[in-house]
Design a protein around this ligand. Structure first.
Ligand SMILES: Cc1cc2nc3c(=O)[nH]c(=O)nc-3n(C[C@H](O)[C@H](O)[C@H](O)COP(=O)(O)OP(=O)(O)OC[C@H]3O[C@@H](n4cnc5c(N)ncnc54)[C@H](O)[C@@H]3O)c2cc1C
Length: 410
C-alpha cells in the first residue's frame, strides 16, 4: 500500500486525504490544530463554493451539509452611480446549480474527525521544514497543502505568472445573523457582489456557521482607501459596526439589509490581505527529498473572485486522478511537475479572471456589465463564469470576443 503524507487540514488536504483513503492508500495527515481547536477558532474565509466544486464533494460523499446550508441560486451585481442610486442592479442565475458556503471551522473540524474514522492517520503538529526533512523518506509522496503558511517558502515564486508583488486589497469579513432579504427579491437566497469603483467591493454570501445559517459579509478595499480601515483588527462587534458605517455611506441598500443584524460569535470576523502568487510546484528539502505543493500553496489568488476553496477542491480532485493513474511508479520530479501542469490547465483561467477583477475594468467589461442589466443571457453567462472560469476565455477577456458575443445575443 502506498504511503502518502499530507500537511495541512484545509479544503485541499482533507479532501485529498479522504478520497485517497477511499482508494485504500495509507494516508497520514498532519494538522496544526485539533478538530476542537479548529471549531473554536477564528473564521478563515467566506468559502463560497460553486456547483462544479460541490459536485466533486458529492461524488465522494463529503457533502454533509446539503440539508441545512442555504443554497444560493444566483449571483447579483450592483454598483452605485454618481447620484447614489444603483447604476447597475441585476441577477445572473447559476445554471449548473446553487452555491454553498460552509464555515471552514465547521467543515474542516468534521472532515478531520471523519478522516480518523475512515482509517487515516492524523497527527496534530505544526510542521516545520526540519520535520519534513526527516519525515519525507518514510513516505512514497509528501504533499504540502498548508495554505498560505510558512511552508510556502519551500516553493519558489513564479514571476512570469505572478504580476503582483503586494496585496491588492485590504480584506475584512463579518459573519452575522438577522439580515433582511432584498426588497426586490423577497425570500430569495443569492450571492450579491457590490462594486464601488475606485474604492473596492462588498460581497454578501449566505452561509452556514457553528450556530446555523448566517450571512457572510466580505469587504475588499483598495489599499489606503476608505474601506481599508481594519488594520487595527477591531473586536467583532466593532468590526461589524464599522462595516455598517461604510455601507450607510457607500451602499445604502446593503445597510438597510444589515442594520438589525448581529455578529454570530466573537470569532466570526477576520481581517488581512495577501499578494496573489503562483509558485513552482516542486519543493526541495535540504536532504534532497522532493515535496509537491497543492492548492493555495502553489496558486493563491485574491479572494475577490471567490475561487480559492473551489480551486482547492479542483486541485485535490486533479491530484487524486494523477496519483491513481500513476499506480506503483515513483513519484519523481517529472511526475510532480506534470501533475501540477495538468491542474494549471484549469487554474490559469481562475488566475486570469481574478487578476482581471483587481484592476479597473476595461471598456469592454464595463459594457458587458451594462448589457447584463437588460439581457438575462449575459447576466447568466457572467455568473456561470465563476463556476466555470475557463468559459470566460471564450468571451470575456478580449474586446473582440466580447463584442462578437454581445452581438450574437443582442
Ligand atoms: C477573506 C477570505 C475570503 C475567501 N472567500 C472565498 C470564497 O468565497 N470562495 C472561495 O472559493 N475561496 C475563498 N477564499 C479562499 C479559500 O479560503 C482558500 O483559498 C482555501 O481555503 C485554500 O485551501 P487550501 O487547502 O489550499 O488551504 P487552507 O484552507 O488555508 O488550509 C491550510 C491548512 O494548513 C494548516 N497549516 C498551515 N501551516 C501548517 C503547518 N506548518 N503544519 C501543519 N498545518 C499547517 C492551516 O492551519 C490550515 O488548516 C477566501 C479567503 C479569504 C482569506
Amino acid at each position: 500500500m502506498r504511503r502518502i503524507l499530507i500537511v495541512g487540514a484545509g479544503q485541499s488536504g482533507l479532501q485529498l486525504a479522504l478520497t485517497l483513503r477511499a482508494h485504500d492508500y495509507d494516508v497520514t495527515l498532519m494538522s496544526a490544530k485539533t478538530p476542537d481547536e479548529i471549531r473554536g477558532g477564528w473564521v478563515t474565509s467566506t468559502q463560497c463554493m460553486f456547483a462544479d466544486s460541490l459536485s466533486i464533494e458529492r461524488k465522494h460523499g463529503l457533502n454533509l451539509w446539503d440539508d441545512v446550508a442555504p443554497a444560493a441560486g444566483g449571483q447579483g451585481v450592483s454598483m452605485p452611480g454618481p447620484d447614489g442610486e444603483r447604476a447597475l442592479n441585476w441577477l445572473g442565475k447559476w445554471e449548473a446549480g446553487p452555491a454553498q458556503s460552509i464555515d471552514q471551522r465547521v467543515k474542516m473540524s468534521t472532515w478531520l474527525e471523519l478522516l480518523e474514522d475512515r482509517g487515516g492517520n492524523v497527527i496534530i503538529h505544526g510542521v516545520t521544514t526540519a520535520d519534513l526533512n526527516s519525515l519525507a523518506r518514510m513516505y512514497d509522496l509528501v504533499i504540502v497543502a498548508a495554505g498560505k503558511g510558512e511552508l510556502v517558502q519551500l516553493f519558489d515564486r513564479d514571476p512570469s505568472r505572478s504580476p503582483f508583488s503586494k496585496p491588492q486589497r485590504a480584506l475584512s469579513v463579518s459573519y452575522v445573523h438577522g439580515t433582511e432579504s432584498r426588497p426586490e427579491t423577497p425570500g430569495a437566497v443569492d450571492v450579491w457582489v457590490n462594486l464601488v469603483p475606485g474604492i473596492g467591493e462588498h460581497i454578501s454570501i449566505p452561509g452556514y456557521t457553528l450556530s446555523g445559517p448566517c450571512q457572510i459579509l466580505y469587504v475588499s478595499g483598495i489599499p489606503g482607501g476608505p474601506l481599508d480601515v481594519f488594520s487595527d483588527r477591531p473586536a467583532a462587534d466593532e468590526q461589524f459596526r464599522r462595516h455598517l458605517e461604510l455601507f450607510k455611506q457607500y451602499l445604502p441598500w446593503e445597510y438597510e439589509r444589515y442594520r438589525n443584524a448581529e455578529i454570530t460569535d466573537s470569532k466570526g470576523v477576520l481581517t488581512g490581505g495577501y499578494a496573489p502568487v503562483v509558485r513552482h510546484p516542486v519543493g526541495e528539502l535540504p536532504s534532497g527529498g522532493l515535496v509537491l505543493g497543492m492548492a493555495d500553496v502553489v496558486v493563491a489568488n485574491d479572494p475577490v473572485s471567490g475561487q480559492g476553496a473551489n480551486n482547492a477542491a479542483k486541485c485535490a480532485e486533479s491530484y487524486l486522478a494523477s496519483i491513481l493513474e500513476h499506480g506503483d511508479k515513483p513519484f519523481d520530479r517529472e511526475w510532480m511537475q506534470t501533475t501540477f501542469d495538468t491542474y494549471w490547465e484549469y487554474a490559469q483561467h481562475v488566475t486570469r479572471l481574478t487578476n482581471t477583477m483587481l484592476v479597473p475594468p476595461p471598456e469592454h467589461i464595463q459594457k458587458i456589465l451594462g448589457v447584463a442589466q437588460t439581457n438575462q443571457k449575459v447576466a447568466n453567462r457572467f455568473a456561470n463564469g465563476f463556476n466555470n472560469p475557463p468559459d470566460m476565455a471564450d468571451w470575456f477577456f478580449e474586446p473582440d470576443k466580447a463584442e462578437a458575443y454581445l452581438t450574437s445575443v443582442a
